[in-house]
Ligand binder design. Structure first.
Ligand code: AHR
Length: 495
Protein backbone atom coordinates (compact mmCIF):
# COMPACT_ATOMS: atom_id res chain seq x y z
CA UNK A 1 0.00 0.00 0.00
CA UNK A 2 1.21 3.54 -0.79
CA UNK A 3 2.30 5.46 2.35
CA UNK A 4 -0.07 7.84 4.15
CA UNK A 5 1.05 11.30 5.23
CA UNK A 6 -0.55 13.10 8.15
CA UNK A 7 0.08 16.81 8.32
CA UNK A 8 -0.85 18.85 11.38
CA UNK A 9 -0.31 22.39 12.59
CA UNK A 10 -0.80 23.12 16.28
CA UNK A 11 -2.64 26.37 15.46
CA UNK A 12 -5.13 24.67 13.17
CA UNK A 13 -7.47 23.73 15.98
CA UNK A 14 -11.01 22.39 15.75
CA UNK A 15 -11.78 23.11 19.39
CA UNK A 16 -11.12 21.98 22.94
CA UNK A 17 -11.97 18.32 23.46
CA UNK A 18 -14.77 18.19 26.01
CA UNK A 19 -13.93 15.38 28.46
CA UNK A 20 -17.63 14.54 28.53
CA UNK A 21 -17.33 12.89 25.11
CA UNK A 22 -15.89 9.99 27.10
CA UNK A 23 -19.15 9.36 28.93
CA UNK A 24 -21.04 6.13 29.56
CA UNK A 25 -24.61 4.97 29.93
CA UNK A 26 -26.12 2.82 32.68
CA UNK A 27 -29.70 1.69 32.09
CA UNK A 28 -32.05 -0.43 34.14
CA UNK A 29 -32.02 -3.05 31.42
CA UNK A 30 -31.09 -6.71 31.48
CA UNK A 31 -28.07 -7.25 33.73
CA UNK A 32 -26.60 -3.76 33.55
CA UNK A 33 -27.57 -2.58 37.02
CA UNK A 34 -28.42 -5.88 38.78
CA UNK A 35 -25.61 -8.45 38.27
CA UNK A 36 -23.65 -5.62 36.64
CA UNK A 37 -22.63 -2.68 38.79
CA UNK A 38 -24.85 -3.69 41.71
CA UNK A 39 -24.99 -7.19 43.15
CA UNK A 40 -24.99 -7.51 46.95
CA UNK A 41 -24.93 -11.31 46.56
CA UNK A 42 -21.67 -11.37 44.60
CA UNK A 43 -18.39 -12.44 46.18
CA UNK A 44 -17.07 -9.12 44.83
CA UNK A 45 -19.74 -6.95 46.51
CA UNK A 46 -18.42 -4.01 48.53
CA UNK A 47 -20.16 -2.53 51.57
CA UNK A 48 -22.68 -0.75 49.28
CA UNK A 49 -23.45 -3.85 47.20
CA UNK A 50 -21.43 -2.59 44.21
CA UNK A 51 -19.33 -5.15 42.37
CA UNK A 52 -15.76 -4.11 43.06
CA UNK A 53 -14.34 -6.10 40.11
CA UNK A 54 -16.72 -4.33 37.69
CA UNK A 55 -15.88 -0.94 39.16
CA UNK A 56 -12.14 -1.67 38.96
CA UNK A 57 -12.47 -2.49 35.25
CA UNK A 58 -14.66 0.56 34.60
CA UNK A 59 -12.16 2.77 36.38
CA UNK A 60 -9.66 1.96 33.63
CA UNK A 61 -12.06 3.55 31.13
CA UNK A 62 -11.85 6.87 32.93
CA UNK A 63 -15.44 7.73 32.01
CA UNK A 64 -16.92 11.17 32.63
CA UNK A 65 -20.69 11.82 32.27
CA UNK A 66 -22.73 8.72 33.21
CA UNK A 67 -26.25 8.78 31.78
CA UNK A 68 -28.95 7.06 33.88
CA UNK A 69 -31.57 5.43 34.30
CA UNK A 70 -32.34 4.90 30.58
CA UNK A 71 -32.84 4.62 27.67
CA UNK A 72 -36.29 3.33 26.96
CA UNK A 73 -36.56 2.37 30.63
CA UNK A 74 -36.67 6.07 31.54
CA UNK A 75 -39.99 6.57 29.75
CA UNK A 76 -41.83 4.33 32.22
CA UNK A 77 -39.81 5.14 35.34
CA UNK A 78 -41.14 7.02 38.31
CA UNK A 79 -38.17 8.14 40.34
CA UNK A 80 -40.04 8.21 43.66
CA UNK A 81 -40.29 4.38 43.41
CA UNK A 82 -36.50 4.22 43.71
CA UNK A 83 -35.84 6.28 46.84
CA UNK A 84 -36.36 5.69 50.55
CA UNK A 85 -35.95 2.53 52.62
CA UNK A 86 -35.27 -0.37 50.26
CA UNK A 87 -37.78 -2.73 51.86
CA UNK A 88 -40.57 -0.23 51.22
CA UNK A 89 -39.79 0.38 47.56
CA UNK A 90 -42.29 -1.20 45.16
CA UNK A 91 -41.51 -4.00 42.75
CA UNK A 92 -43.01 -3.00 39.42
CA UNK A 93 -43.58 -4.40 35.95
CA UNK A 94 -41.14 -2.76 33.61
CA UNK A 95 -42.67 -2.34 30.17
CA UNK A 96 -39.82 -1.20 27.92
CA UNK A 97 -37.94 -4.47 28.41
CA UNK A 98 -40.77 -6.63 29.84
CA UNK A 99 -38.84 -7.18 33.05
CA UNK A 100 -39.34 -6.99 36.80
CA UNK A 101 -37.89 -3.91 38.48
CA UNK A 102 -37.47 -4.18 42.27
CA UNK A 103 -36.14 -0.62 42.66
CA UNK A 104 -33.27 -1.75 44.90
CA UNK A 105 -31.04 0.66 43.04
CA UNK A 106 -32.34 4.20 42.59
CA UNK A 107 -31.23 7.81 42.64
CA UNK A 108 -29.29 7.70 45.91
CA UNK A 109 -27.40 4.53 44.96
CA UNK A 110 -26.64 6.00 41.54
CA UNK A 111 -25.25 9.19 43.02
CA UNK A 112 -23.15 7.20 45.47
CA UNK A 113 -21.78 5.16 42.58
CA UNK A 114 -21.00 8.33 40.59
CA UNK A 115 -19.11 9.73 43.55
CA UNK A 116 -17.09 6.56 44.07
CA UNK A 117 -16.24 6.45 40.37
CA UNK A 118 -15.70 10.17 39.80
CA UNK A 119 -18.50 10.19 37.18
CA UNK A 120 -20.55 13.27 36.44
CA UNK A 121 -24.24 12.38 36.94
CA UNK A 122 -26.52 12.80 33.92
CA UNK A 123 -30.17 12.00 34.52
CA UNK A 124 -32.86 11.28 31.93
CA UNK A 125 -36.30 12.33 33.12
CA UNK A 126 -39.48 10.53 32.13
CA UNK A 127 -41.26 12.52 29.44
CA UNK A 128 -43.04 9.44 28.09
CA UNK A 129 -45.44 8.48 30.88
CA UNK A 130 -44.23 11.06 33.40
CA UNK A 131 -45.17 14.68 33.77
CA UNK A 132 -43.10 17.86 33.53
CA UNK A 133 -43.85 18.39 37.21
CA UNK A 134 -42.46 14.98 38.18
CA UNK A 135 -39.29 15.93 36.31
CA UNK A 136 -39.08 19.24 38.15
CA UNK A 137 -39.56 17.45 41.48
CA UNK A 138 -36.61 15.18 40.68
CA UNK A 139 -34.44 18.27 40.16
CA UNK A 140 -35.55 19.56 43.56
CA UNK A 141 -34.77 16.17 45.15
CA UNK A 142 -31.26 16.20 43.69
CA UNK A 143 -30.24 19.83 43.71
CA UNK A 144 -32.09 22.01 46.22
CA UNK A 145 -31.05 22.73 49.79
CA UNK A 146 -33.29 21.26 52.55
CA UNK A 147 -36.38 23.24 53.48
CA UNK A 148 -38.89 22.10 50.85
CA UNK A 149 -40.68 18.80 50.28
CA UNK A 150 -38.42 16.86 47.89
CA UNK A 151 -35.16 18.29 49.17
CA UNK A 152 -36.28 17.32 52.66
CA UNK A 153 -37.04 13.84 51.40
CA UNK A 154 -33.46 13.53 50.17
CA UNK A 155 -32.21 14.72 53.55
CA UNK A 156 -34.48 12.20 55.29
CA UNK A 157 -32.99 9.52 53.04
CA UNK A 158 -29.56 10.36 54.40
CA UNK A 159 -28.18 13.14 52.19
CA UNK A 160 -28.72 16.65 53.55
CA UNK A 161 -26.26 18.10 51.01
CA UNK A 162 -27.63 18.56 47.48
CA UNK A 163 -26.22 16.28 44.82
CA UNK A 164 -25.65 19.06 42.29
CA UNK A 165 -26.70 17.11 39.19
CA UNK A 166 -25.93 19.47 36.35
CA UNK A 167 -26.86 17.46 33.25
CA UNK A 168 -30.47 16.44 32.57
CA UNK A 169 -31.99 14.83 29.48
CA UNK A 170 -35.57 15.77 28.54
CA UNK A 171 -36.75 12.22 27.88
CA UNK A 172 -35.36 9.49 25.68
CA UNK A 173 -35.83 8.73 21.96
CA UNK A 174 -39.23 10.39 21.98
CA UNK A 175 -39.29 10.35 18.15
CA UNK A 176 -39.32 6.53 18.15
CA UNK A 177 -42.74 4.82 17.83
CA UNK A 178 -41.40 2.11 20.22
CA UNK A 179 -41.02 4.65 23.02
CA UNK A 180 -43.54 4.57 25.89
CA UNK A 181 -45.51 7.78 25.50
CA UNK A 182 -44.17 8.52 21.99
CA UNK A 183 -45.92 11.53 20.45
CA UNK A 184 -45.41 13.68 17.34
CA UNK A 185 -42.66 16.30 17.43
CA UNK A 186 -44.87 19.28 18.28
CA UNK A 187 -46.44 17.48 21.25
CA UNK A 188 -43.07 16.34 22.59
CA UNK A 189 -41.75 19.85 22.08
CA UNK A 190 -44.52 21.30 24.25
CA UNK A 191 -43.88 18.72 26.99
CA UNK A 192 -40.15 19.29 26.83
CA UNK A 193 -40.53 23.05 26.94
CA UNK A 194 -42.82 22.85 29.97
CA UNK A 195 -40.46 20.48 31.78
CA UNK A 196 -37.40 22.53 30.85
CA UNK A 197 -38.92 25.74 32.19
CA UNK A 198 -39.90 24.17 35.53
CA UNK A 199 -36.64 22.27 35.89
CA UNK A 200 -34.59 25.41 35.29
CA UNK A 201 -36.88 27.33 37.64
CA UNK A 202 -36.03 24.76 40.33
CA UNK A 203 -32.30 25.03 39.57
CA UNK A 204 -31.13 27.62 37.01
CA UNK A 205 -27.65 26.06 37.02
CA UNK A 206 -28.64 22.88 35.20
CA UNK A 207 -27.98 22.06 31.54
CA UNK A 208 -30.65 20.40 29.42
CA UNK A 209 -30.52 17.97 26.53
CA UNK A 210 -33.59 17.93 24.28
CA UNK A 211 -34.44 14.68 22.47
CA UNK A 212 -33.30 14.89 18.90
CA UNK A 213 -33.63 12.29 16.17
CA UNK A 214 -32.48 8.97 17.57
CA UNK A 215 -31.79 7.52 14.14
CA UNK A 216 -31.30 8.81 10.63
CA UNK A 217 -33.77 6.14 9.48
CA UNK A 218 -37.09 7.58 10.64
CA UNK A 219 -39.13 9.75 8.24
CA UNK A 220 -39.10 12.54 10.83
CA UNK A 221 -35.27 12.86 10.71
CA UNK A 222 -34.25 16.57 10.80
CA UNK A 223 -37.84 17.87 10.80
CA UNK A 224 -38.25 16.53 14.35
CA UNK A 225 -35.08 18.38 15.36
CA UNK A 226 -36.21 21.63 13.76
CA UNK A 227 -39.58 21.56 15.52
CA UNK A 228 -38.10 20.65 18.90
CA UNK A 229 -35.30 23.19 18.77
CA UNK A 230 -37.62 25.96 17.61
CA UNK A 231 -40.12 25.28 20.36
CA UNK A 232 -37.78 24.58 23.27
CA UNK A 233 -35.67 27.51 22.16
CA UNK A 234 -32.91 28.79 24.41
CA UNK A 235 -33.91 26.36 27.17
CA UNK A 236 -32.16 23.57 25.24
CA UNK A 237 -28.41 23.56 25.75
CA UNK A 238 -27.91 20.41 23.71
CA UNK A 239 -29.83 18.17 21.34
CA UNK A 240 -29.32 14.42 21.49
CA UNK A 241 -28.48 11.97 18.73
CA UNK A 242 -28.05 8.21 18.90
CA UNK A 243 -26.39 5.67 16.65
CA UNK A 244 -26.02 1.90 16.69
CA UNK A 245 -24.16 0.30 13.81
CA UNK A 246 -23.32 -3.22 12.69
CA UNK A 247 -21.86 -5.44 10.01
CA UNK A 248 -25.19 -6.80 8.82
CA UNK A 249 -23.90 -7.57 5.34
CA UNK A 250 -20.87 -9.49 6.63
CA UNK A 251 -18.59 -7.13 4.66
CA UNK A 252 -15.75 -5.89 6.85
CA UNK A 253 -14.39 -3.28 4.43
CA UNK A 254 -17.83 -1.72 4.09
CA UNK A 255 -18.48 -1.89 7.83
CA UNK A 256 -15.23 -0.12 8.67
CA UNK A 257 -16.26 2.75 6.39
CA UNK A 258 -19.36 3.45 8.52
CA UNK A 259 -17.47 6.31 10.20
CA UNK A 260 -18.20 8.37 7.08
CA UNK A 261 -21.87 8.24 7.98
CA UNK A 262 -21.19 9.08 11.65
CA UNK A 263 -19.34 12.20 10.48
CA UNK A 264 -22.27 13.01 8.25
CA UNK A 265 -24.88 12.49 10.98
CA UNK A 266 -22.99 14.87 13.26
CA UNK A 267 -22.72 17.47 10.53
CA UNK A 268 -26.42 17.21 9.65
CA UNK A 269 -27.54 17.57 13.27
CA UNK A 270 -25.22 20.52 13.68
CA UNK A 271 -26.74 22.04 10.55
CA UNK A 272 -30.20 21.73 12.15
CA UNK A 273 -28.93 23.53 15.26
CA UNK A 274 -27.41 26.35 13.21
CA UNK A 275 -30.49 26.63 10.99
CA UNK A 276 -32.80 27.03 13.98
CA UNK A 277 -30.43 29.41 15.69
CA UNK A 278 -30.46 31.59 12.58
CA UNK A 279 -34.24 31.43 12.21
CA UNK A 280 -34.72 32.37 15.83
CA UNK A 281 -32.07 35.09 15.56
CA UNK A 282 -30.77 33.76 18.81
CA UNK A 283 -27.34 34.23 20.35
CA UNK A 284 -27.60 30.72 21.74
CA UNK A 285 -26.57 27.71 19.73
CA UNK A 286 -27.49 24.20 20.84
CA UNK A 287 -24.58 21.75 20.76
CA UNK A 288 -24.64 18.01 20.24
CA UNK A 289 -25.01 15.34 22.88
CA UNK A 290 -24.36 11.92 21.31
CA UNK A 291 -25.86 10.21 24.31
CA UNK A 292 -26.07 6.67 22.95
CA UNK A 293 -23.61 5.14 20.53
CA UNK A 294 -22.08 1.75 19.95
CA UNK A 295 -22.04 -1.36 17.80
CA UNK A 296 -25.25 -3.37 18.25
CA UNK A 297 -26.66 -5.79 15.72
CA UNK A 298 -25.93 -9.39 16.64
CA UNK A 299 -28.05 -9.94 19.73
CA UNK A 300 -31.63 -8.69 19.47
CA UNK A 301 -32.98 -10.24 22.67
CA UNK A 302 -35.00 -7.36 24.10
CA UNK A 303 -37.91 -9.21 25.75
CA UNK A 304 -37.22 -9.93 29.41
CA UNK A 305 -40.14 -12.39 29.65
CA UNK A 306 -41.28 -10.92 32.96
CA UNK A 307 -38.00 -11.81 34.69
CA UNK A 308 -35.67 -9.96 37.03
CA UNK A 309 -32.27 -9.14 35.47
CA UNK A 310 -32.79 -11.16 32.27
CA UNK A 311 -29.94 -11.62 29.79
CA UNK A 312 -30.73 -8.92 27.23
CA UNK A 313 -28.65 -7.78 24.26
CA UNK A 314 -25.41 -9.23 25.63
CA UNK A 315 -23.52 -8.56 22.43
CA UNK A 316 -20.20 -10.34 21.92
CA UNK A 317 -17.69 -7.97 20.34
CA UNK A 318 -14.89 -8.78 17.93
CA UNK A 319 -11.90 -6.99 16.45
CA UNK A 320 -13.79 -5.24 13.64
CA UNK A 321 -16.31 -3.91 16.20
CA UNK A 322 -13.42 -2.49 18.22
CA UNK A 323 -12.14 -0.70 15.10
CA UNK A 324 -15.61 0.78 14.57
CA UNK A 325 -15.72 1.97 18.18
CA UNK A 326 -12.39 3.70 17.51
CA UNK A 327 -14.04 5.21 14.43
CA UNK A 328 -16.79 6.81 16.54
CA UNK A 329 -14.15 8.30 18.84
CA UNK A 330 -12.16 9.67 15.87
CA UNK A 331 -15.35 11.30 14.66
CA UNK A 332 -16.18 12.90 18.03
CA UNK A 333 -12.65 14.29 18.33
CA UNK A 334 -12.70 15.61 14.76
CA UNK A 335 -15.98 17.38 15.62
CA UNK A 336 -14.86 18.67 19.01
CA UNK A 337 -16.34 22.07 18.21
CA UNK A 338 -19.89 20.67 18.15
CA UNK A 339 -19.97 17.32 19.99
CA UNK A 340 -19.74 18.20 23.68
CA UNK A 341 -21.08 15.03 25.29
CA UNK A 342 -21.13 11.41 24.15
CA UNK A 343 -22.08 8.27 26.04
CA UNK A 344 -20.95 4.79 25.13
CA UNK A 345 -24.08 2.61 25.39
CA UNK A 346 -23.67 0.82 27.68
CA UNK A 347 -21.10 -0.07 30.35
CA UNK A 348 -21.64 -3.61 31.63
CA UNK A 349 -23.38 -6.74 30.27
CA UNK A 350 -25.86 -4.88 28.02
CA UNK A 351 -24.02 -4.06 24.72
CA UNK A 352 -21.00 -3.43 26.89
CA UNK A 353 -17.21 -3.47 27.05
CA UNK A 354 -17.42 -5.62 30.19
CA UNK A 355 -19.39 -8.79 30.87
CA UNK A 356 -19.95 -10.64 34.12
CA UNK A 357 -20.54 -14.36 34.28
CA UNK A 358 -21.20 -15.42 37.86
CA UNK A 359 -18.27 -13.94 39.74
CA UNK A 360 -16.07 -13.84 36.62
CA UNK A 361 -15.52 -10.78 34.51
CA UNK A 362 -14.61 -10.53 30.84
CA UNK A 363 -13.04 -7.58 29.06
CA UNK A 364 -14.45 -7.37 25.54
CA UNK A 365 -12.60 -6.04 22.47
CA UNK A 366 -14.36 -2.65 22.46
CA UNK A 367 -12.99 -1.92 25.93
CA UNK A 368 -9.52 -1.31 24.53
CA UNK A 369 -10.04 1.53 22.03
CA UNK A 370 -12.09 3.42 24.61
CA UNK A 371 -9.35 2.97 27.21
CA UNK A 372 -6.62 3.94 24.74
CA UNK A 373 -8.38 7.16 23.67
CA UNK A 374 -9.71 8.14 27.11
CA UNK A 375 -6.21 8.07 28.62
CA UNK A 376 -5.13 10.72 26.11
CA UNK A 377 -8.05 13.09 25.94
CA UNK A 378 -6.79 16.42 27.24
CA UNK A 379 -6.22 19.24 24.81
CA UNK A 380 -7.45 20.68 21.53
CA UNK A 381 -8.50 18.63 18.56
CA UNK A 382 -6.40 19.46 15.48
CA UNK A 383 -7.47 19.44 11.86
CA UNK A 384 -5.93 16.37 10.27
CA UNK A 385 -4.51 16.76 6.77
CA UNK A 386 -4.38 13.23 5.44
CA UNK A 387 -3.18 12.07 2.06
CA UNK A 388 -2.87 8.44 1.19
CA UNK A 389 -4.57 5.45 -0.32
CA UNK A 390 -8.34 5.08 -0.13
CA UNK A 391 -11.09 2.69 -1.22
CA UNK A 392 -14.67 2.92 -2.37
CA UNK A 393 -16.97 1.26 0.15
CA UNK A 394 -20.24 -0.34 -0.92
CA UNK A 395 -22.50 1.75 1.31
CA UNK A 396 -20.62 4.74 2.73
CA UNK A 397 -18.62 6.18 -0.15
CA UNK A 398 -14.85 6.60 -0.39
CA UNK A 399 -12.69 6.39 2.72
CA UNK A 400 -8.97 6.43 3.40
CA UNK A 401 -7.56 3.13 4.59
CA UNK A 402 -6.20 5.12 7.49
CA UNK A 403 -8.60 6.89 9.84
CA UNK A 404 -7.07 9.48 12.16
CA UNK A 405 -7.62 12.09 14.84
CA UNK A 406 -5.24 14.21 16.90
CA UNK A 407 -5.27 16.13 20.18
CA UNK A 408 -2.66 18.73 21.09
CA UNK A 409 -1.76 20.16 24.51
CA UNK A 410 1.47 22.14 25.02
CA UNK A 411 4.41 19.88 24.29
CA UNK A 412 2.23 16.81 23.82
CA UNK A 413 0.52 15.45 20.77
CA UNK A 414 -1.87 12.53 21.07
CA UNK A 415 -2.39 10.67 17.82
CA UNK A 416 -5.04 8.06 17.14
CA UNK A 417 -4.80 5.92 14.00
CA UNK A 418 -6.87 3.06 12.60
CA UNK A 419 -5.67 0.92 9.73
CA UNK A 420 -8.82 -0.34 7.99
CA UNK A 421 -6.99 -2.47 5.48
CA UNK A 422 -7.88 -6.14 5.79
CA UNK A 423 -4.49 -7.38 4.67
CA UNK A 424 -1.97 -4.58 4.15
CA UNK A 425 0.37 -2.82 6.55
CA UNK A 426 -0.06 0.96 6.51
CA UNK A 427 3.12 3.05 6.38
CA UNK A 428 2.42 6.38 8.05
CA UNK A 429 4.48 9.56 8.21
CA UNK A 430 3.54 12.31 10.65
CA UNK A 431 4.57 15.89 10.12
CA UNK A 432 3.69 18.71 12.55
CA UNK A 433 4.26 21.73 10.34
CA UNK A 434 5.12 24.27 13.05
CA UNK A 435 6.88 21.99 15.55
CA UNK A 436 9.45 19.24 15.73
CA UNK A 437 8.54 15.82 17.04
CA UNK A 438 11.15 15.05 19.69
CA UNK A 439 10.14 11.65 21.00
CA UNK A 440 7.55 9.05 21.82
CA UNK A 441 6.17 9.19 25.37
CA UNK A 442 3.94 6.13 25.26
CA UNK A 443 1.77 4.12 22.92
CA UNK A 444 -0.71 1.25 22.68
CA UNK A 445 -1.66 -0.96 19.77
CA UNK A 446 -4.79 -3.05 19.42
CA UNK A 447 -5.02 -5.82 16.86
CA UNK A 448 -5.89 -9.51 16.66
CA UNK A 449 -5.69 -12.61 14.51
CA UNK A 450 -8.65 -11.69 12.26
CA UNK A 451 -11.64 -9.37 11.95
CA UNK A 452 -14.03 -11.74 13.75
CA UNK A 453 -11.66 -12.63 16.61
CA UNK A 454 -13.27 -12.12 20.03
CA UNK A 455 -12.43 -12.69 23.69
CA UNK A 456 -14.26 -15.24 25.82
CA UNK A 457 -14.06 -16.40 29.43
CA UNK A 458 -12.10 -19.39 28.16
CA UNK A 459 -9.77 -17.27 25.98
CA UNK A 460 -9.86 -13.75 27.42
CA UNK A 461 -6.77 -12.32 25.72
CA UNK A 462 -7.27 -12.99 22.02
CA UNK A 463 -7.82 -9.29 21.23
CA UNK A 464 -6.22 -6.80 23.55
CA UNK A 465 -4.12 -3.66 23.56
CA UNK A 466 -0.39 -3.97 24.06
CA UNK A 467 2.29 -1.34 24.63
CA UNK A 468 3.54 0.06 21.37
CA UNK A 469 6.86 1.80 20.85
CA UNK A 470 7.69 1.25 17.20
CA UNK A 471 7.52 4.89 16.19
CA UNK A 472 10.67 6.13 14.50
CA UNK A 473 11.57 9.77 15.00
CA UNK A 474 14.00 11.44 12.60
CA UNK A 475 14.51 15.09 11.64
CA UNK A 476 11.53 16.15 13.73
CA UNK A 477 9.08 13.81 11.94
CA UNK A 478 7.61 10.49 12.99
CA UNK A 479 7.02 7.37 10.95
CA UNK A 480 5.49 4.02 11.75
CA UNK A 481 4.00 0.87 10.28
CA UNK A 482 0.52 -0.21 11.34
CA UNK A 483 -0.54 -3.82 10.88
CA UNK A 484 -3.78 -4.54 9.02
CA UNK A 485 -6.95 -4.21 11.14
CA UNK A 486 -5.34 -2.31 13.99
CA UNK A 487 -5.77 0.79 16.14
CA UNK A 488 -2.85 2.72 17.59
CA UNK A 489 -2.92 5.52 20.15
CA UNK A 490 0.25 7.25 21.17
CA UNK A 491 1.61 10.42 22.68
CA UNK A 492 4.49 12.29 21.12
CA UNK A 493 6.64 14.97 22.68
CA UNK A 494 6.98 18.18 20.67
CA UNK A 495 9.76 20.73 20.97
O1 AHR B 1 -29.22 1.03 24.77
C1 AHR B 1 -30.33 0.21 24.53
C2 AHR B 1 -31.55 0.99 24.05
O2 AHR B 1 -31.31 1.48 22.76
C3 AHR B 1 -31.93 2.22 24.84
O3 AHR B 1 -32.71 1.92 25.94
C4 AHR B 1 -32.70 3.02 23.85
O4 AHR B 1 -32.66 4.38 24.12
C5 AHR B 1 -32.09 2.64 22.52
O5 AHR B 1 -33.05 2.35 21.57
Amino acid sequence: MEPTTITLHTRFQVGAVDPRIFGGFLEHMGRAVYEGVYDPTSAHADEHGFRSDVLAALRRLNMTAMRYPGGNFASGYHWLDGVGPRDRRPTVRELAWQSIEPNRFGTDEYIRLCRIMGWQPMITVNLGTGTPEEARNWVEYCNCPPGTRYADLRAANGSPDPYGVRLWCLGNEMDGPWQLGHVPADQYAIRAQQAAKMMKDADPGIELVACGSCTTGLPTYMEWDRVVLEYVGDLADYISLHRYVGNRGGDTADYLAVTNSVDRQIEEMDAACRFVQARRRSKKRAFLCFDEWNVWYKNQETDGGGKFAPHLIEEVYNLEDALVVAGFLHSFIRHADVVKIANLAQIVNVIAPIQTRGDDLLIQTIFYPFEMFARRRDGHSLRVGLSGPSYESKTYGRVHFLDASAIHAGDRLHLFLTNRSLDQTASVRVDVADREIAGLLDGDLLTGPDARAANSCEQPEVVMARPYSEVRIASGKASLELPPLSVAAFTLRLT
